[in-house]
Write a protein that binds this ligand. Sequence first.
Ligand SMILES: CC(C)(COP(=O)(O)OP(=O)(O)OC[C@H]1O[C@@H](n2cnc3c(N)ncnc32)[C@H](O)[C@@H]1OP(=O)(O)O)[C@@H](O)C(=O)NCCC(=O)NCCS
Length: 192
Amino acid sequence: MLRPDYPIRTERLTLRPFADGDYDDLHLMTGDPEVVRYLYWEVHTPQETRAALERRKGQAALTEEGQWLTLAMQAEPEGQPRVVGQVVLRWASVAHRQGELGFTLNPAFQGRGYAREAAEAMLRLGFEDLGLHRIYAACDTRNTASWGLLTRLGMRREAHFVEDEIFKGEYGDQYIYAMLDREWRSRQTSST
Ligand SMILES: CC(C)(COP(=O)(O)OP(=O)(O)OC[C@H]1O[C@@H](n2cnc3c(N)ncnc32)[C@H](O)[C@@H]1OP(=O)(O)O)[C@@H](O)C(=O)NCCC(=O)NCCS
């Protein structure tokens, strides 16, 4: 069970559940074809983004297997609070203590290290607060920005699945990256 104490603060970000006022910033991501290019869903209509916001508002805790913790990354890039991205942690297995990590940034705020900062905080929540043994992430092999970030986080490339599923109408390849709790701990020790 994980019920984080909000807001979670990192060096430049506030991580918190989505709220009613986040529609415009959320739609800048869900409505952008470049953002969804390697995601399972297609560009959202305004109505679909409103429904997505409602779902996200309810994803603030992990109480059972299969749930998603979905947090807004709030920053103040021009002195005003903006939701620049979202970061997710899925409780993939209770018995095996497994979690899945994911992240999305508004393109205007990519290339600043925000996703890395938020993902580190999610790894910390998963390993230190939820007690996970392994956290993994899956990405399209063409998504160099995604697997570059997973590499910078210190996750290992565990698998390259070749044409294991039909993605947006054609067979695609996926990488699986992962980190174990002991690898997380040794990274924390070596960085202090
Ligand atoms: C995947 C995604 C979140 C990566 O975003 P990103 O901005 O490249 O990732 P980071 O937050 O780690 O930022 C790293 C970049 O910021 C730069 N940077 C600038 N200031 C920085 C700082 N203070 N700290 C760290 N990095 C900084 C880094 O040099 C790096 O740039 P580079 O890629 O040109 O080398 C983004 O491409 C995205 O949202 N894609 C669409 C959704 C998606 O595909 N999600 C993944 C599904 S599997």
